[in-house]
Ligand binder design. Sequence first.
Ligand code: MHO
Length: 236
Amino acid sequence: MKRYLVLIIMISILGVGTMANDKVIPEIDINIPQNLETATFGLGCFWGAEASFGALKGVYRTRVGYAGGTVEDPTYYNIGDHTEVVQIDFNPSEISYEKLLDTFWKGHTPYLSSYSQQYKSVILYHNEDQKNIAEEYIKEKESIDKMKATTEIYELEKFYMAENYHQKYLLKQNITLTSELEKYYPEQSGFVNSTAVARANGYLFGESNEELYSEERNLLGLSEYALKFLDRRNSY
Ligand code: MHO
């Protein structure tokens, strides 16, 4: 009996997270691989774009910002000639750049002419490999679909973080999930860089990913009550 009591007290103190470096964090956030690669895409409003990449296996961090233009320190209301972009830290041995391009491609309509600089279709490559893969990818799509994509491909020069309230924007509309995750990450930087947070955003508003969700459901550091919001979409 006493043993159970100790266990119950421990669980209620630790919540559903796990200790790492004296800090309780969701289990999924422990042991993030070291050699992550980064990808940057513009595909319209960055809120939904961030969610669509958040639930992909091999994606560890997502963030949104402005890139591609020349104006210094753009903001949402003063975006200048920049484009809304999502940036993804991924493990290339778990997910290929091509796979990310599939999500990029499905996430918007690259054949429609972009109606503004803010929402245009753009691949901002980080290295020559990404550039070549992106060029090949578009060429192939164009030849299959017999249409010309408006997608621009150029090198990422500078990425400007968007304002905090735009990071995991869709998730933040859910107070239950957000407040549970903010208990682990009271600082925005920790919140934005958490895989658990990227996943919650992705599982809530990205494409449903039943298989990955069933593997990760109990590693997100969320209570059963909060998980119900994600279960619904991922039919666990
Ligand atoms: N249509 C959206 C665009 C937001 S997105 C961050 C809105 O203003 O509600 O550009």
